[in-house]
Design a binder for this molecule. Sequence first.
Ligand code: BJW
Ligand code: ZN
Length: 243
Amino acid sequence: MGSGSTLDIIRTKLSLARSVTVLTGAGISADSGVPTFRGTDGLWRNFRAEDLATPEAFERDPRLVWEWYNWRRELIATKRPNPAHDALAQMEQRFDRFWLITQNVDGLHRDAGSRKLSEIHGNIWMVRCTQCGRVAENRDVPIAILPSCASCGELLRPHIVWFGESLAAEDLQRSDAALQTSDLCLIIGTSGLVYPAAGFASIAKQAGAFVVEINLDPTPHSGIVDAALQGRAKDLVPLLLQT
Ligand code: BJW
Ligand code: ZN
């Protein structure tokens, strides 16, 4: 099947859909210039995300972890949503039942105008107190190292979900409800390696959704999806809305 006809099938499914759920990963922001995690440009001083994005790494060396976040905050502060983010913000307007689940912490979906949105791994512009749990926005670039809580003076950490930590119950419930009830599910720019999000395509598929993957490369999802478009998110996602 050529990609022309695959695109036609997906557009038809989208035009008939009553409930749409989208899962995005770092690949959608790669087109805005934000490095992915498992691409070579995602390495900082030769550390992998798995080395730094853990509560143990932060306990061991909070300064190192904050320096990594400062590098990323400086980079992300200069980035803007791309046509794929814009197309998903438009798609939200077309459906009564629409939910966007993103693993990205860069905030670019919100910048593009998406509101029916769960940022399941958190947001790089939010901080949380390690002592009193107070959550606050902080857009300082660079952020002071080590930053301290305005209420109690103790150490702040990024309000981000690290490996070994649970996602917020509310985000999991909302995501599950959307996946269980959608008739179309788009999986965009994620390697499908990090759980629980790596299981979302199967949940939607088992619930009866038509599942579509958009990615530069094949992934573990490619075998179970109903249709796959290979290419850049910024080129492919806007095409879904053209009739
Ligand atoms: C393009 C493109 C373009 C490029 N256009 N496409 C079951 C089995 C084994 C382990 C576990 C399990 N369940 C849970 C775990 C533990 C762990 C886990 O999954 N580990 C795996 C590595 C095996 N999960 C957790 O710990 C989670 N918590 C949890 O499950 O709690 C309960 C529990 C705990 C412990 C044990 C069991 C249960 C929490 C996960 C939190 C992940 N957080 C991170 C780091 C945040 C740090 C930060 O951002 O500051 O979130 S990890 C990192 O990976 C980040 C991302 O959101 C996440 C996903 O990455 P993503 O988005 O897929 O990016 P890439 O780089 O991997 O892929 C990019 C893709 O884009 C590629 O496919 C490219 O081809 C494509 N692409 N350019 C389209 N232009
Ligand atoms: Zn505090």
